[in-house]
Each structure stands twice: as structure tokens, then as C-alpha cells.
Design a protein around this ligand. Sequence first.
Ligand code: ADP
Ligand code: ADP
Length: 224
Amino acid sequence: TAAIGLRAVTKTYRSGTTALGPIDLEIGRGEFVSLLGPSGCGKSTALRIIAGLAAPSSGRVEVAAADGRATGEHPIGFVFQEPTLMPWASVRRNIALPLKLAHVASAEADRRVDEALARVDLAEFADAFPRELSGGMKMRASLARALVTRPEVLLMDEPFAALDEITRFRLNDDLLALWRDLQMTVVFVTHSVFESVYLSQRVVVMTPRPGRIAAAFEIDAPVA
Ligand code: ADP
Ligand code: ADP
């Protein structure tokens, strides 16, 4: 069944720029899909529309309702290229924020934060501040913050683009392991052909002016 459906979605910004469309895209539950294309082809716009952070100008967006969740909990996790951690708060408090906003009881929240910290191998850095972390560690903290609400859908907007290549390689493998363990739907925006092919089950190629889907390729088996 589909986790995400975009039907004839377009987006024209107030500036007059038509960033998207129309595009049609269906993403299955548990699928790992990359949106690949050059700068300005509308990848981020598409992702923000899926996340509900931007409204489409026309068309329909369907994100499958998550069931069995406490009210107020967000079924979507979002990871940006910039780690966007609060500099004045510890790693633990940064990761706990989405649970606080969702009014999750503190004992349960503590348990979930510990689980998220362990998942990204940051347990030892729970009480550190963001400035004490390397770039890769900041990214893992951002990932933990996105995972702490146990989202069914994880959206990532060029998350590793600012990191050195070795850190990036490691994070690719960490992300694949998380995806396999947690059985999430992942939509991964990148302009790296390598990353898209290495990570995803399907690569959706976009072209600019306006952003359209030019092609989509199934990758037979995810790299083990
Ligand atoms: P990508 O993520 O592929 O680089 P974007 O979705 O960021 O592409 O941008 C697609 C197009 O929309 C670009 O031409 C960009 O300049 C324009 N755009 C993006 N965000 C805005 C905005 N908030 N206001 C006006 N134009 C925007
Ligand atoms: P990453 O691959 O997560 O970016 P780095 O390669 O930058 O990590 O750092 C290598 C290792 O050095 C980290 O995994 C961590 O164990 C350790 N390290 C990095 N920053 C600190 C720090 N501020 N305090 C203690 N250890 C650190």
C-alpha cells in the first residue's frame, strides 16, 4: 500500500517561480526512494509539500494516516542538511524536544530518547552540547531527533551534503541499517548519483524549470 501519493502536484511561489510540476509520485510503505536532480529542480519543494511544511498550488497530497498513535504525535520525521540543533541545549534535550511538543509523559520520553540515542550510537554524548560534536555526530543527533517520535515516514533533504566523504560513507551504512530495522518509508533528496543508487530501491530523477519527474529507476536489491 502507498505511504505517500502526489497527484498532479504543482507549486508556484509568490515570487512567480514555478518550482514544480505537475508531478505524480507514489511511494510504497517501507520503500526507500531517492529524489535525484540538479539544484533548483524542486526536490526540496517536493519534500516540504510531502511534509506539510508547504502547500501545493494545485493537485493532491496523500500521506497515509498512521494508526495507533498518541494524538499530537507527528508521523513524519524530517532531517535537514543543517543539523538545526538548539545550541544552548544538551543532545538529550534536543532529541527530547519533539516528544515534549507532543506532550509525551516524561518517563516514556526518557525511555524513547535513550532508545534513539542508542540507535545512532550517541549514548555517551547525551549530556554534551552540539558545539562539542563533530559534523557527523551532529547529523546523527538530528537523525535521532527525527526518529524519536517513531515516524513511519522519514524525509531527508540532502542530509549528508555538507559532510566529508568518509563520514558520509559511514552515515549511508548507518542509515541503511536503521531503515532495515525500523521498516520506515524513506524519501531521500540528494544531488549525488552515488548516494541515490547506493541507498535507495528506486531513484526518481527530476529536471528543472519547472521541476518534473524525468525518469525513475528501480534498483534491484539494496546493497547489503
Ligand atoms: P532543489 O531542492 O532541487 O534545489 P528547490 O525546491 O529548493 O529545488 O527550488 C526549486 C525552485 O523554486 C528554484 O528555482 C528555487 O529558486 C525556487 N524556490 C524555492 N523555494 C522558494 C521560495 N521559498 N520562494 C521562492 N522561490 C523558491
Ligand atoms: P563522525 O564519524 O561521527 O563524524 P568523527 O570522525 O568526526 O566522527 O570523530 C571520530 C570519533 O572521535 C567520534 O566517533 C567520537 O568517538 C570522537 N569524538 C569526536 N568529537 C568528540 C568530542 N568532542 N569529545 C570526545 N570524543 C569525540
